[in-house]
Design a protein around this ligand. Sequence first.
Ligand code: 13P
Length: 252
Amino acid sequence: MRKVIIAGNWKLNKTSAEAITLVEELKREVVDVSGVDIVVCPPFTAINDVNECLIGSNIDLGAQNVFWQDSGAFTGEVSAPMLKHLGVKYVIIGHSERRQFFGETNETVSKRIRAALTHGLTPIVCVGENLAERESNKTFDVIKNHCEGSLVNLTAEEMSKIVIAYEPVWAIGTGKTATPEQAQEVHAYIRQLLARIFNTEVSQSVRIQYGGSVTPENIAILIAKPDIDGALVGGASLKAPSFAAIVKAAQK
Ligand code: 13P
């Protein structure tokens, strides 16, 4: 049985002070929730303060990116040991916004995954097609390319530590959620790929989140699908009541 995982990707939002306010409220709202992994991914600048707020709570800390070298002359980068030291448990890798705006490729995703695993961080690896790719029936090709390209060189044991997030780019921040059927179809395909690249056991144990305009209103029908194990939430994670409502509705 795969444990549901709901993660909030705050993207480029919240100062430290705003982050603390949000997390204090969120802690109260989800205090009675069990059976769901709850994760918040603040910007780097708020991670330390958020970590202190989260001590003793049922919410885990994530980061939104990680560099592949541990240290050195890499101005502006943040490494896996630095994140680990701040209490970070998860790290989002290869988000479509990083592919679109910051030159992320399968190769750099793969290096970041390696660094995260080496330092005991759990990667949340994002895959997903854009609108033109969906409309030209290339969805499965893109998913295959993202999975094969970024999960290369991993052992089955390493793969079993990773979370995948299927995020159709056309559904991100648009209010246009994939239908549960569209999402389920791709999630099932990802599981098939994992079975082929690794083995059946791994494919059945890896958690696959859906991301793209997830709200308190649509989470229940998404999570009801057999291969949808959680959500990576953007906009709706920026307010405690809506994120908490998603978490509670996802309790299976
Ligand atoms: P929205 O929930 O705002 O569509 O963002 C999804 C996302 O990109 C999460 O990583």
